[in-house]
Write a new protein. Structure first.
Length: 175
């Protein structure tokens, strides 16, 4: 409330803004004679104070929150590691299949170009250019007398699992 003076000899107090709420005596001031008026900003101030206090207490993370975050991170990292491991394995398999199929087609082209009566079973390697790869030729009979089944197997020596590639050619052999 503000005071407004009308004259210097006569002072009169006039409220500039009237408060429609009644005067309330607070319990902590029960023994005192002065009246306390409820300010319209008091609930907002106390609410703001409570928010500042709750923010002050919640600035860090609790141990439970950190442990849950670490568990989620560990599970996701295991999934990423398994995916990476599988990717490396698939890369090695595809490299072998590509190289073995090219080497088998090359050797089979040599066999196909040769005289069919001179083709004999055997084995060998692909030279110094591909020291880990070996080939083996097997010749089998079919139900038709004029056809020969030529099986070419390419093997990678350093691989343990899925290290063979097999190519089959049916060739006509005239008497």
């Amino acid at each position: 409330m503000r005071s407004m003076s009308i004259s210097s000899s006569m002072r009169m107090t006039v409220p500039l803004v009237s408060d429609p709420r009644p005067a309330v005596r607070f319990p902590q001031n029960a023994g005192r004679s002065q009246m306390a008026f409820r300010d319209a900003r008091t609930p907002l101030r106390s609410q703001a104070r409570r928010m500042r206090q709750s923010i002050a207490f919640s600035r860090g993370f609790t141990l439970l929150e950190v442990m849950i975050a670490m568990a989620i991170l560990a599970i996701s990292l295991v999934a990423v590691y398994q995916s990476q491991s599988q990717s490396v394995s698939m890369t090695g398999d595809s490299r072998f299949l590509t190289m073995a199929s090219l080497l088998a087609q090359s050797r089979m082209a040599e066999i196909d170009a040769a005289d069919p009566r001179e083709v004999a079973p055997g084995n060998g390697d692909f030279g110094d250019a591909f020291p880990d790869y070996q080939w083996r030729v097997e010749i089998g009979e079919t139900e038709i007398d004029l056809l020969k089944k030529i099986i070419l197997t390419v093997t990678h020596n350093r691989m343990v699992v899925r290290n063979t590639y097999r190519l089959i050619l049916y060739k006509v052999v005239l008497p």
